[in-house]
Design a protein around this ligand. Structure first.
Ligand code: DQA
Length: 144
């Protein structure tokens, strides 16, 4: 049976392509997801983007009961601020959640160098542009 992976994108990622392209690239989120689905035809890739913290938390909780096998999460700026998101990831353990970032958060401003969600994620991938998503799906496939 196909593995089901949720790609969950947080705030401002709906603006990819237009948003600071020198940092985040020129490809829009829809295109990134389309390429991801083309790259992994044997995986059922669901996609949700929301700018609302509570919606992201609800989406993570739903994964505990809806047959999702793993989550690729770009939490955007909530990465650096949201204990609630970290708690939600811990709450759905042992479901694996991989943290991803397009930019290398460790090469950026001090506040972005710390992730509140990293300790409760299975692993983190940062700095490979849109490839970060592909690497995360590969990592999940390897784990599942
Ligand atoms: C980001 C990095 C975050 O610091 C930032 O707030 C984002 C995008 C990334 O993918 O590089 O919104 O998660």
């Amino acid at each position: 049976m196909k593995k089901k992976i949720l790609v969950l994108n947080g705030p401002n990622l709906n603006m990819l392509g237009r948003r600071q392209p020198e940092i985040y690239g020129t490809r829009g989120l829809d295109d990134i997801i389309e390429v991801l689905r083309e790259t992994f035809p044997d995986t059922d890739i669901e996609h949700i983007q929301s700018n609302c913290e509570g919606f992201l938390i609800d989406a993570l909780h739903a994964c505990a009961d809806n047959g999702t096998d793993g989550v690729v999460l770009n939490a955007g700026a909530y990465t650096h601020t949201s204990l609630a998101l970290a708690d939600a990831i811990a709450a759905i353990a042992p479901l694996p959640v991989i943290e991803v970032h397009l930019s290398n958060i460790f090469a950026r401003e001090e506040i972005r160098r710390h992730s509140l969600i990293a300790p409760v994620c299975a692993g983190s991938i940062s700095g490979f542009g849109e490839r970060s998503y592909r690497l995360a799906v590969r990592a999940l496939q390897d784990m599942l």
